[in-house]
Ligand binder design. Structure first.
Ligand SMILES: [Zn+2]
Length: 424
């Protein structure tokens, strides 16, 4: 059946044909295609007949990818590209306080130029492994310039903290206002760093600003026992670093400030209590899990089943190269599957594509190949013989990414130059 939903009179566009593609709802389509007009998917063609009909009626430019699997680009819901230059320089350490101290010292020793070059290399690595959209924490203000012209879609989350020092609260809010002035196609996010480092005044100021600007908010939360101990009792290895404790749970602090809602992404949540998982789910906030960082610190198994049973929205992130060996969503998905044997690979893959886009307010625009969505996809070489093998094929850590397209244009091609993206 020809696709009768194709509109008449629009531009001719490009028709990308391949042996397999993954359409919306994680539906494998054999010998189908994507009709792309002005960077967006105008039609998902679900059979050779639909491909021929589109060819006949629209005369698009044809791109035949042959024996390949076309899948939506991964969505990395939490990264710190600005820390990429610190790869392998920050060991997990005795405890979280030791890791933070080394991180701050190493970052201090690294020039802005090297941090910027690291961020570009990090963005290249994400792209080359099939990621097309990243939610990226920006604490140094270097990245808008460092990544100018880079094809990877990026939503900056401006990181703010005042170390609970009232003298630092207003300057932090002023920085947030200034950062939001720059035009960004996919908008801005704000990142109050963590309940341990943000005062109540700064947290509520950010909540008001985010609400006014309809911006998303990303917070590191309940990652380690040391943080939880300090928040509740003021004791432990973080006491020397953080000073006087608010003597409250992190989630209570965030909720009191107005920071717990549908536009909130909470990162880690390893130490969440069962009632807190329920509260996060009820609020409609997203929990972002970073499997590589979790493994780096040898944390106890992540409570994925409990989070899913609570009904929480979930997404996956790479975090940074200061606590992960690679910026590669295929590795995150493979790591998640290793530690969560009850999880079907299809569900893991959806966490790293559709669910990440949904978490970032881009449902139906990113993370899925459907009509109206961005034409952002990865082309995996040598597709499997049968539909039943697709999820294993896609969830292998080394699933071969042959090309990456963003906005309907190839921006990376492995055969041409394995490390570098194509720039227009
Ligand atoms: Zn992080």
């Amino acid at each position: 059946m020809p696709d009768t939903t194709l509109p008449i009179g629009s531009a001719r566009g490009v028709l990308v044909r391949s042996r397999w593609l993954i359409a919306e709802g994680a539906q494998p389509v054999r010998e189908g295609g994507l009709w792309i007009v002005r960077g967006r998917i105008e039609g998902v063609l679900r059979s050779p007949g639909e491909v021929r009909a589109c060819q006949r009626r629209r005369s698009p430019r044809m791109v035949d990818l042959g024996d390949a699997l076309v899948a939506p680009g991964f969505v990395d819901a939490h990264a710190h590209l600005e820390l990429s230059a610190l790869a392998a320089r920050v060991p997990a350490g005795r405890n979280f306080a030791a890791w933070i101290r080394t991180l701050i010292a190493e970052r201090g020793k690294t020039s802005s130029k090297r941090l910027a070059a690291g961020a570009r290399a990090g963005a290249d690595a994400l792209l080359a492994s099939g990621t097309t959209l990243v939610a990226d924490i920006d604490s140094l203000g270097l990245l808008a310039r460092a990544l100018r012209g880079h094809p990877l879609r990026r939503i900056p989350f401006h990181e703010l903290l005042d170390a609970r020092d009232p003298a630092r609260t207003r300057p932090a809010l002023a920085r947030a206002h200034a950062a939001l002035r720059a035009a960004r196609r996919l908008g801005h996010g704000l990142s109050p760093h963590a309940p341990t480092t943000v005062s109540a005044a700064l947290a509520s100021g950010i909540a008001r600003l985010a609400k006014r600007r309809r911006a998303r908010v990303m917070v590191h939360w309940a990652e380690t026992a040391e943080e939880e101990r300090w928040l509740e009792s003021g004791e432990g290895p973080l006491a020397a670093l953080l000073g006087a404790s608010p003597l409250q749970r992190g989630l209570d602090l965030l909720e009191a400030a107005g920071l717990l809602g549908r536009r909130t992404l909470l990162v880690h949540g390893n130490l969440a209590r069962p009632d807190e998982r329920e509260r996060v789910a009820r609020a409609g906030a997203v929990l972002v899990h970073c499997p590589g960082t979790h493994a780096f610190f040898a944390r106890p198994r992540f409570a994925l089943g409990a989070w899913r049973s609570a009904g929480a929205r979930l997404a996956l992130g790479t975090d940074s190269l200061a606590s992960n060996g690679a910026l590669d969503m295929r590795a995150e998905i493979a790591q998640l599957l290793r530690t969560q044997p009850a999880l079907h690979p299809r569900e893991a893959w959806l966490l790293g594509t559709r669910d990440g886009a949904e978490a970032l307010g881009l449902a139906q625009r990113a993370g899925e190949l459907r009509r109206g969505a961005f034409a952002d996809f990865a082309v995996f070489g040598a597709g499997p013989a049968r539909a039943g093998e697709i999820w294993e094929h896609l969830c292998r850590p080394g699933a071969p990414v042959r090309e990456v397209w963003i906005a309907g244009k190839p921006v990376f091609r492995a055969a041409l130059e394995p490390e570098k993206p194509l720039r227009s």
